[in-house]
Write a protein that binds this ligand. Structure first.
Ligand code: ACO
Length: 378
């Protein structure tokens, strides 16, 4: 058997064939099942996009209604899971809380009927329904408050913001949050999606698949950059300080958070949409200092680094939008996970359809025929 050349990080190695999403990094195109992200962001909504990703086609009216209805019905979490979450340390990171709670679902719904379409649908519905409830519950419980029960009269995104902030969001905020979820729902094979696929390939249960993906998303090289963008905008402090700050940082060979991407060599199409949303939100409330700093910084980075293909990525404006929606910065990555569950489930389902367990090879760099040395002689 021919062994392929070793590539650190599997860069440019095709690890699967997939029809779920497509990225063209030169032209700045992202498509879900062939539909452009701009069209989905303006005409669709998160649950419809999730359905499209997972089942491969846009749902008919009655299919979408049934999907939304079932998700609404399954939003509550078992009191035993809530009791378990109450024991989590309040200083624990919300991503660790989410990974543990997602895995705990497997204790309650453990049947692994992976060849049964009804089981697959129930798992999809449960995970999409319960992950937001668990994220919001931990936010309140770590302060010693009881979690807020989901409200059946609210849509998916409005209900999440309601459970998080203990008040009903205004319709624009809910709509903008829903677009954010749509934008983050899927992005081909990245680290967390690959992690989901590897776990899925062992034919374990879907809750283990999602828990493993959440654990992978939690790392700072993957899900955490938007938190750092906010810290950076605060450090800059004023529009006048943008260019001196940038010069200083570049001279020290430090990266500017929220810029650059392994695949996109132009502005990330999701960053364009998020910037529009941020503008709408801040216009409504009479402007915002950090948004002005961000716009100036983007302009300055483009002048300095644009010729090297370094432009704003999805994380540059998302943190600003989330803060304005009342989401604390350590919940940015859990919110990313709420959206990405759709993509992970789509890849889980796709993996099951053509499953072969992942078992790559390695280049052995160790020694051979070494004699064992008794402990007293070492
Ligand atoms: N600011 C300044 N310089 C940068 C930046 C940046 N944000 N991004 C890349 N560069 C420079 C690097 O310093 C490097 O320069 P060099 O060739 O002189 O050493 C060159 O561009 C290539 O950088 P790499 O890190 O090797 O590029 P890669 O494609 O591997 O990295 C990455 C992409 C990791 C996203 C990188 O651009 C980065 O660290 N950006 C900042 C963090 C960030 O915003 N991450 C979120 C990404 S989106 C997401 O994961 C959801």
């Amino acid at each position: 058997m021919t062994v392929c050349e070793y590539k650190p990080g599997l860069e440019n190695i095709a690890a699967a064939q997939s029809s779920i999403s497509h990225v063209d990094g030169k032209q700045g195109i992202l498509e879900y099942r062939g539909i452009g992200i701009e069209e989905l962001a303006s005409k669709s909504n998160f649950l419809e996009a999730a359905y499209l990703l997972i089942w491969g086609e846009l749902p008919r009216q009655e299919e979408l209604e049934a999907f939304e209805h079932d998700i609404r019905f399954h939003r509550r979490i078992k009191y035993r899971i809530r009791d378990m979450m109450k024991c989590f340390p309040e200083t624990g990171h919300p991503m660790d809380a989410l990974q543990t709670s997602a895995a705990a679902l497997g204790l309650f719904y453990s049947r692994r009927a992976l060849d049964n379409p009804q089981y697959i649908r129930e798992a999809v519905v449960r995970l999409l329904a319960k992950i937001p409830t668990m994220v919001a519950a931990f936010k309140l419980m770590r302060k010693g408050h009881d979690p807020i029960q989901p409200r059946d009269d609210l849509g998916y995104s409005a209900n999440f913001l309601y459970m998080l902030n203990e008040r009903e969001p205004d319709p624009l905020a809910a709509q903008i949050f829903d677009v954010c979820l749509t934008l983050h729902a899927e992005h081909t094979i990245n680290a967390s999606t690959f992690s989901a696929m590897v776990t899925a390939s062992t034919l374990t249960d879907p809750y283990a698949v999602i828990a493993s993906a959440v654990g992978t998303l939690a790392g700072p090289l993957h899900g955490g950059a938007n938190e750092e963008v906010i810290a950076m905008l605060k450090e800059i402090g004023s529009v006048e300080n943008v260019r001196p700050y940038l010069e200083d940082r570049l001279q020290r060979k430090e990266k500017i958070m929220g810029f650059g991407h392994r695949v996109y060599k132009v502005k990330d199409p999701r960053a364009k949409i998020l910037q529009n949303l941020a503008e709408q939100l801040f216009e409504q409330s009479g402007g915002n200092k950090y948004y002005e700093i961000a716009v100036e910084l983007e302009q300055a980075v483009e002048e300095k680094l644009g010729h090297r293909g370094i432009y704003a990525n999805v994380d540059f404006y998302s943190g600003l939008v989330y803060l304005k929606l009342g989401i604390p910065s350590d919940l940015f990555t859990p919110v990313f996970a709420i959206a990405r569950v759709a993509g992970w489930l789509a890849h889980w389902k796709e993996q099951l359809a053509v499953n072969r367990i992942f078992r790559p090879t390695q280049e052995y760099t160790g020694t051979h025929n070494v004699s064992y040395i008794p402990i007293e002689e070492r």
